[in-house]
Design a protein around this ligand. Structure first.
Ligand code: DGL
Length: 277
């Protein structure tokens, strides 16, 4: 294999604070079936959503250093909290193509809204950063963006309570103020939230468009790879390890959760000591 071919066949590095980024990885698998993926879930240090900007940036730098040891050709920050805290720093520090989940999600909302009232639900770190609001209002000053942190959603998803009255009850409390404001578009600004999309949709009603940034992120990644001439031209041969998973805590626990999200069967996940990077 020559150097050019090696680069084309190199994997995409995708990272998240834990399992949530698998909703983004799943979308990349769907839309870019020829691409290999190396996924890192920081399961030992999750959640990022309640941590400071500095801590999340430090964690993200370590993960990028680890992913580089896997010879990735591009990086996807598949975590809203890490995108909000670390995107600009990582863009300055590394020369690899890099995609976050916030800007693609914000772009979808910008084109989806009819009445210019957009809601964002996310972790505290993402909401407090004001990143969605800033990005959308920079592109259209007449639009208004209202953010709401929903910290209980992540543990509800991780407990598997995707279709449960408890989730509906909590969603009702969190979302009532967004309903009162009359938003017509709601960004699911945390990687876990697409997994409780049905509960959120039930509360918001059919008229409110729910935006899952994962879809647009995969599209943006496709365009970026094409622009840089980095796309993998053919599907790797059967038996080649298309997807590899690494975590910073128990691989067994991750594997179980991941297998309920990813339809491809996760053969193995490996634990690494991320503090070494
Ligand atoms: N992946 C995180 C996000 O999208 C949610 C989980 C966490 O708080 O780390 O913001």
């Amino acid at each position: 294999m020559d150097e050019k071919e090696l680069l084309h066949n190199a994997p995409i590095g995708v990272f998240d604070s834990g399992v949530g980024g698998l909703t983004v990885a799943r979308e990349i698998m769907r839309q870019l079936p020829n691409e290999r993926i190396v996924y890192f879930g920081d399961t030992a240090r999750v959640p990022y959503g309640s941590k400071s900007h500095e801590t999340i940036t430090r964690y993200s730098r370590q993960i990028v250093r680890f992913l580089r040891t896997q010879d990735v050709k591009a990086i996807v920050i598949a975590c809203n909290s890490a995108s909000a805290a670390a995107l600009e720093t990582l863009e300055e520090e590394i020369e690899l193509p890099i995609i976050d989940v916030v800007r693609p999600g914000a772009r979808t909302a910008l084109s989806a809204t009819k009445n210019g009232k957009i809601g964002v639900i996310a972790t505290e770190a993402t909401i407090n950063s004001g990143i969605y609001k800033r990005y959308i209002e920079e592109h259209n000053k007449t639009f208004s963006v209202v953010g709401k942190a929903c910290p209980l959603f992540v543990p509800l998803v991780e407990e598997g309570l995707w279709e449960d009255p408890v989730t509906d009850e909590i969603a009702g409390r969190y979302l009532s103020e967004l309903i009162d404001i009359g938003i017509d578009t709601l960004i699911l600004g945390c990687t876990h939230y697409p997994l409780i999309r049905s509960a959120i949709g039930r509360i918001m009603g059919e008229e409110v468009r729910l935006v899952n940034p994962a879809y647009e992120t995969a599209r943006a990644l496709k365009k970026l790879l094409e622009k840089k001439g980095l796309e993998s031209e053919k599907r790797p041969a059967l038996g080649t390890e298309l997807y590899r998973f690494f975590v910073s805590d128990s691989a067994d626990k991750f594997q179980k959760f991941a297998n309920s999200i990813i339809p491809y069967g996760i053969l193995s996940a490996k634990a690494v000591n991320i503090e070494d990077y």
